[in-house]
Design a protein. Structure first.
Length: 235
């Protein structure tokens, strides 16, 4: 395994991994328990948005993940009122410290309008609703890009695909893993050949509830648990 890029929200690595296993890991992300707002009572809403839209926006706010007992909920309260001659944007931080990104806008209140909501967060999985997913995991085949003599003068490729190619006296590959082209796409560019082997590019992006490494290990543990259950049933 070769690590290509890593920060708090994203991890990219190259691995020689069977596609069926890679796909099983990707799907297992949907089984990781994640905290999210599941219900809310709107006691007052003078804004231009319907109660249902407010509830939907609250449900998509990333919350600090924590383990709750079965049936247990975390209650979050929001009460905000605009002055008679002012406009304010109600942000996610009004719900308290459980919100990861406190400056996410929820709704605009104007001229004395009020929003009062009590929300309840619970633990669920992505199979129930996408709001319970901790992020994205996806993969694709790692491309091998060969640049022949004819291709070295193709400044156009560096201009059209600056993340993949760069031009310094001649065309060079900058970041092969970012390439989403194949040979059909580069047919009009002589001297460029793209091939694919057994290596995969794995990408994990986190919404903030979990670190990218935790998403991968949790997906692997979830998959192992499912395989253990299948083996037990077969025995």
């Amino acid at each position: 395994m070769e690590l290509i890029e890593k920060n708090n929200d994203k991890m990219v690595w190259k691995a020689n991994l069977d596609i069926s296993l890679a796909n099983a890991l990707r799907r297992s992300v949907m089984d990781i328990p994640v905290l999210a707002i599941a219900e809310c009572d709107v006691y007052k809403n003078d804004s231009v948005l319907y109660d249902e839209i407010i509830a939907h926006r609250l449900g998509l706010l990333p919350l600090k993940n924590q383990k709750l007992k079965k049936g247990e909920v975390l209650e979050l309260k929001l009460k905000k009122k605009a002055g008679k001659e002012e406009s304010i944007i109600v942000e996610s931080g009004e719900l308290g410290d459980s919100v990861i990104y406190p400056d996410m806008p929820i709704v605009l209140l104007e001229n004395g309008q009020t929003l009062e909501v009590v929300a309840r967060a619970g633990v669920g999985t992505g199979r129930e609703h996408s709001k319970f997913t901790p992020g994205l995991m996806f993969y694709r085949q790692y491309p091998t890009i060969k640049i022949g003599k004819e291709g070295e003068a193709l400044l156009e490729l560096a201009e059209n695909y600056p993340e993949v190619f760069e031009f310094k006296d001649k065309l060079k590959v900058k970041d092969a893993w970012k390439c989403v082209l194949d040979n059909e796409d580069v047919e009009k560019y002589p001297g460029i050949e793209i091939s694919f082997g057994n290596d995969l590019v794995f990408v994990i992006e986190s919404w903030g509830q979990m670190k990218v490494g935790e998403i991968f290990t949790s997906a692997a543990e979830t998959l192992k648990g499912e395989l253990d259950a299948v083996l037990k049933a077969l025995k």
